[in-house]
Design a protein around this ligand. Sequence first.
Ligand SMILES: Cc1ncc(COP(=O)(O)O)c(C=O)c1O
Length: 303
Amino acid sequence: MNPLPSAIPAASADSLCYLNGDYTRLADARVSVLDRGFMFGDGVYEVLPVYDRRLFRFDEHMARLERSLAKVRITAPLTREDWLARMRRLVAAQHEHSGATDQLVYLQVTRGVALREHTMPTDIEPTVFMMCSPAKPPTPEQRHAGVACISARDFRWERGDIKSISLLGNVLARQMSADKGAVETLLFRDGFLTEAAASNVWMVKEGALIGPPKSELLLEGVRVDLLAELCEECGIGYSLRPVSEGEVFSADELLLSSAMKEVLAVTRLDGELVGHGALRGKPGPVYARLYEAYQRAKPAQSI
Ligand SMILES: Cc1ncc(COP(=O)(O)O)c(C=O)c1O
């Protein structure tokens, strides 16, 4: 067996993961080169935040996993109860290992192992993998000042609604921003906002939060409905409707949402300051209220 490359710290290599019914050290977990995840990117995944060792919005993440599995015609390999029990065991092991109480659970299900052929074999078992890592939330500086993003044409496939492990389009899009020292790439298809490489994107206009409609072109982030609830709680208007490139570039505020970013203010886009007047280039009031509401939701919505 090849040792893990030295780029992977020993602390991570030693942490526990779950593979097809067994718990092993991450460094010892092995799958076949014929796994269709390796051959075709034929699988789906989820990323769940863990706060104080409890899973946030577990049912919503599981519902999306079930939708993704159904869309790619992989039979759900575990029940929600089974997922939960296994995740809790990994979260406890990661806590023992690193002391981290806030973590991220990554899980993936691939179609399984078969001789390489595009058509879907019917008689194979899915490969089920899961690992936990300490959370890497935005830095205090990013919270305080907001972050820089760039924009690009959305050149990915048209099934962004499937949380597919085939992420090459997203990897290329995200690297475009990394190359410019920015944290995300906002994507536009035919002049309208879809999402970012690994986040949903929101604009604030006249005090209301507005995001693109749910469709096959973008992922329905677990935070899309959560933000609707938080807006309701805070008395902030909320709507999903087509958002043009022009509106994004003249927005009062721009926000990202994802499991790890929670909500995060975008204060520079393609090198220009976001917003107007005294708040230009600064995180705005809608961001601040949603961020506070999000912190309150964490203990309330974790199991
Ligand atoms: C392409 C894409 N869009 C949106 C999101 C946000 O989804 P969630 O809020 O469920 O993390 C992600 C999360 O990683 C993503 O990869």
